[in-house]
Design a protein around this ligand. Sequence first.
Ligand code: HAM
Length: 422
Amino acid sequence: MLTQAPKGTKDMLPSEAHLWQKIEAVMRRRAALSGYREVRTPVFEHTELFLRGVGDTTDIVQKEMYTFKDKGDRSITLKPEGTAGAVRAFVEGKLFADALPCKMYYLNNPVFRYEKPQSGRYREHHQFGMECFGGKSPSVEAELISTLLGILGELGLKGLSVSINSIGCPECRPKYHAALKEYLGGRLDQLCETCRERFDRNPLRILDCKEEGCKQLVKDAPTILDMLCDECHDHFETLKSMLTARGIPFTVNPHIVRGLDYYTKTVFEIMVTRGREGLALCGGGRYDGLVEQLGGPATPAAGFGIGTERILLEMSNQGVTMEAPELCRVYVANITAADNEKAYLLCQQLRDEGIRAESDLCARSLKAQFKYADKLSAKYIALVGGEELERGVIKLRNMNTREETEVPAENAAAAIAEIVNK
Ligand code: HAM
């Protein structure tokens, strides 16, 4: 083989297409029901957007971005997440001047992160995300979480747990940073090397470190939920009440901080209950400062992103299957090579009637065409040629019952459609 797909990427083969398409259809329908419209932004952006938007202390920006210089010597980065691009489009398109909230979703956006590949973790993955601009009420987060659970439920996934936290705002977070640093300051030697680096620049991230030593240490750390300002506290309490009212079970996990810098107040994750630790199905939260930070007017916002590959993985883990669509209802076989053109014509006419039809593209013998029709699980075979055609008819065989009918060769497509659509 000339070359293989790059490490950490995955082909979506035609045999899996119906799964992706089903997921996309459910996402589109549920997003539309919640008033979200689709947005498509470029696969690459100016690197500056992510440095400013995602945050230059994050793992994504420090280690994982696919960044290169283009021929005009501009620094370009393949999208490492969807939010920053959506915010840029919101600002550049002046959508803030329209009626707010402005609700948008992106569907199977390719996202690139130079990560260590493993099951459910790729260097290119695809995200569905919903972003809401202009809503400051916690009902935005409640709506996002409800819509997301609606999608996952409709896809047949069970055993999902919603974890929520509040990481405060620019008013209350600095106080918490100080308290956390005071607690950790005397115990730096117990932190892993990465967390020792995080201590000065981004101490909150230490809270969700997966290293055992760090996990033990932060168990007794002060929690931000005890230090929220009144506004953040009320926001969080209202969100909890709304989720409860809707019957959505959730846990409050003060160690969820998320790996991106833009979050304020609410952060949330959806985990699979019996899964590997650290592999979230979905992550999201509020980012009230980001629009302004990227040059727009101060606009509260919140959203989430979910990886389609992880949904597929979880569907497979839970044994959720989806029926593959019919490949071929009528196989139009040509009896001799000379009948191939007529078979081709009938096949096209059947397709015009909305019937999934196939005819021979490989110059196969009649026997080989039958074999192929069987592989396609064709429900009917139309036989074009022979003495039937001389009599002005076409023979149609039902492959399940073996029953045979004859239809007039003239207008055969309409007559066949009537039979096979029954
Ligand atoms: P994130 O948590 O970095 O958040 O990613 C969101 C989701 O993308 C994850 O929960 C997971 O399903 C999927 N994902 C992330 N990395 C990978 C990977 N390497 N391989 C496969 N799937 C992956 C964000 O990206 C935020 N932009 C979410 C957001 C939107 N927050 C507000 N609005």
